[in-house]
Design a binder for this molecule. Sequence first.
Ligand code: TXA
Ligand code: MG
Length: 324
Amino acid sequence: MHHLIFEPSSAAFDKCAALLRSDELVAVPTETVYGLAGNALSEIAVRKIFTVKGRPLIDPLITHFKDAESAFSHTVYTRAAESLASAFWPGPLTLVCEKLPVIPDLVTAGLKSAAIRVPSQPHMQRLLRLVDFPLAAPSANPFGYVSPTQSEHVAKTLGHKIQAILDGGSCEHGLESTVLDIRNPSKPSILRPGPVSAEKIESVLGCELLPVQPSTSGVAQTSPGQLMKHYSPKTAIEIVEHGDLEGLPPKGSAFIANRKPALNDSKDVYWLSEDGDITTIARNFYSLLQKLDQMKYKQLLVENAPNRGLGIALNDRLRRAASK
Ligand code: TXA
Ligand code: MG
């Protein structure tokens, strides 16, 4: 299986670039999660992304660019987008803007808008510069499953369907990018909370964001991240309010705490950080879910995070993972 995973040597970059140039897919590391990348300007490549991921064609993809200049040559320029780009790119912020015809309708599921972002992860940057076309990439997991934060997660779930995974170690943030709709620059709204917080965006734009829309299942959505059941492991998840995880897990269950408990003598108690640091908690979250989903637990009892900053994004993913 692991002949798929390429250490980031010059030869590996050449191999990945060659695959992408011939409309094949490559799983790539980003600073958020691993992506399943293909040439965003090639309908053949984009169609493969949907097929390999088992993703419905109505679910639009994010297009990744090497820099802001390249991103804005594929979308309608606004000053708001420009200010956000200079504050947060390269980095974990995705902007939903009006698209130009050069982006195929297949990428945006027929929508007139496109989700664009400039990733900071150095291997991803190098690959984008090598191929010199933008890369469409959803998270590199089967549709609905937990997002991958290590190359092994991709190998385990999609390895039989792709030819290469570019290894970039563990992803820095471990949660997907913040998705911000700025089609109407005077009414920006967060479609998916992520590592770039609402407060940081508000301070750049100098205006308040619309409150995050409550997620709904089934109905047509502006954003696929709003699908309620998403990011879900096979094992059932119950959410426990912050601070309420006490005693020992019931037989067949495991605890996932934010921080290492003072007293612990159970092998079924796990933690996301030593000290409750939210950046560490977020970084380890999907990876621990991936690991525990391979074990035989009937249920995972997961403590949510304090609902501020990155904790908002973590709690959002946890709710979706727990939804039945
Ligand atoms: O961090 C990330 O964003 C990762 C890495 C690989 O970049 N990608 C990712 O892609 O999470 P995916 O396909 O799993 O999630 C797609 C997100 C949706 O949640 C949605 O918010 C947004 O992209 N999206 C894409 N096109 C859109 C559009 N035209 N309008 C609104 N939202 C859109
Ligand atoms: Mg995803």
